[in-house]
Design a binder for this molecule. Structure first.
Ligand SMILES: C[S@@+](CC[C@H](N)C(=O)[O-])C[C@H]1O[C@@H](n2cnc3c(N)ncnc32)[C@H](O)[C@@H]1O
Length: 256
């Protein structure tokens, strides 16, 4: 019902509340055809957020498109974690890798204007969307097109944060819910750990002493990422649970 109302509000070019308030209004043939086309896309599993073009994250509306992952509620844990690691007025340098529509980087900047935030992505189209979101929110973030650390100039970050692609090959093949989102945003190699391992092994060289690495990972990957972080000389490694009580977020620290 909710999706139908949202789709009708797109074809009628109005708000959902108008649809509810004027439920006796007769729609034109053209609008009805538009509505039927949208319904048919939705029935085939096309995500509602791509159809309406936005998604709420941390109570902020972000524009999304099929070039960006749709931000997930569990990713808010990364933002909460990052905010809890630093004082309100601390001036710190943050690097977000794989920003997509910019949800993590921009939410951090909005909540802590003192933070200096750089956000990267390999996808130029995703970064374009992140820039549109930054403009809409009036937030200043430094966006860089980069294949992970390749174009990252500095090694003075107090926090490196990322929700990298971590879906394993088999899960991606069989999960119909993921088929419309960019493969680049999801595919983590055969075991799902390719990007996680690369980021863990390289981030330590870009962190200040005592700096933190905060990474989202799959619910079954906690043990592996903690072990890998310890092998790479991080300290205080742990995984935090998300709101569904699933292991979700690695925190690891570069020693002082
Ligand atoms: C899981 S999505 C996360 C998007 C966003 N940060 C969020 O949490 O909603 C992973 C992001 O990493 C980007 N990505 C994938 N491979 C990359 C690479 N080699 N270098 C930089 N970014 C990459 C994708 O384009 C995608 O935007």
């Amino acid at each position: 019902m909710l999706d139908s109302e949202l789709l009708l509000s797109i074809s009628e070019d109005c708000n959902r509340s108008d649809i509810i308030a004027h439920s006796d209004k007769v729609v034109s043939d053209i609008d009805y055809q538009r509505y039927k086309n949208l319904l048919s896309l939705r029935r085939n599993g096309f995500p509602i957020h791509y159809l309406i073009g936005k998604k709420e994250f941390f109570s902020i509306d972000f524009f999304v498109s099929s070039n960006t992952l749709i931000p997930r509620p569990e990713t808010e844990l990364l933002v909460d974690t990052a905010l809890s690691l630093f004082g309100k007025n601390e001036k710190i340098n943050i690097l977000e890798l794989g920003t997509g529509c910019g949800a993590i980087a921009l939410t951090l900047k909005k909540n802590r204007p003192m933070f200096s935030v750089t956000a990267t992505d390999k996808s130029i189209k995703a970064l374009d969307m992140a820039k549109i979101n930054a403009d809409k929110l009036g937030l200043e973030v430094n966006f860089v097109v980069s294949d992970w650390f390749k174009k990252v100039k500095y090694n003075n970050y107090d926090l490196i944060i990322s929700n990298p692609p971590y879906v394993e090959e088999r899960a991606l093949e069989f999960n119909n819910n993921l088929k419309y989102e960019p493969r680049l945003a999801l595919y983590g190699g055969k075991t799902g750990l390719n990007s996680l391992n690369l980021i863990i092994s390289e981030a330590i060289f870009h962190l200040n002493s005592g700096g933190y690495l905060v990474l989202e990972h799959g619910a079954e990957q906690a043990k592996k990422v903690i072990e890998f972080a310890l092998e790479n000389k991080y300290i205080s490694c742990q995984s935090l649970k998300d709101m569904n009580n699933k292991d979700r977020c690695l925190i690891a620290q570069r020693s002082i």
